[in-house]
Design a protein around this ligand. Structure first.
Ligand code: 5GP
Ligand code: ZN
Length: 115
């Protein structure tokens, strides 16, 4: 846990969230400002700042986030209709929370554009 990290506080239950998934290595909850009918944030429980910091995350914990994504998509009913999984890294990508997270977006036709 990192002091003053919003997502660490959410994982610890110090800040409320709408949990959709939890296992030994990751936690997932609904985005407070959803960009799609399904917008879930998947985070490793271990604090790492983002994609540039995944060297500090054991492979098992990183892969747990991806396996969770597949299962959350199915749970949310978008496994077959389709979904997008993305992680913003750094200023040009507008990363606003410095704890690695994957956005899972679905439930509508998403844009072909990625920007
Ligand atoms: P980023 O911009 O870093 O890729 O994504 C951060 C995400 O966290 C944003 O989509 C934002 O809406 C979400 N977020 C920020 N604060 C909170 C919060 O307190 N609770 C929840 N559930 N989501 C949050
Ligand atoms: Zn954190």
């Amino acid at each position: 846990m990192s002091d003053n990290c919003l997502f660490c506080k959410i994982i610890a239950g110090e800040i409320p969230s709408q949990k959709v998934w939890e296992d030994a290595y990751c936690y997932a909850f609904r985005d407070i400002n959803p960009q799609a009918p399904v917008h879930v944030l998947i985070v490793p429980k271990r604090h790492v700042t983002g994609l540039n910091d995944t060297g500090a995350l054991p492979d098992q914990e990183l892969s747990a986030c991806l396996h969770a994504a597949r299962q959350i998509a199915a749970q949310e009913g978008v496994g077959e209709s389709g979904y997008r999984l993305l992680s913003n890294c750094g200023p040009h990508a507008c990363q606003s929370v410095q704890h690695l997270h994957f956005h899972l977006l679905g439930g509508k036709q998403l844009s072909e554009r990625m920007d």
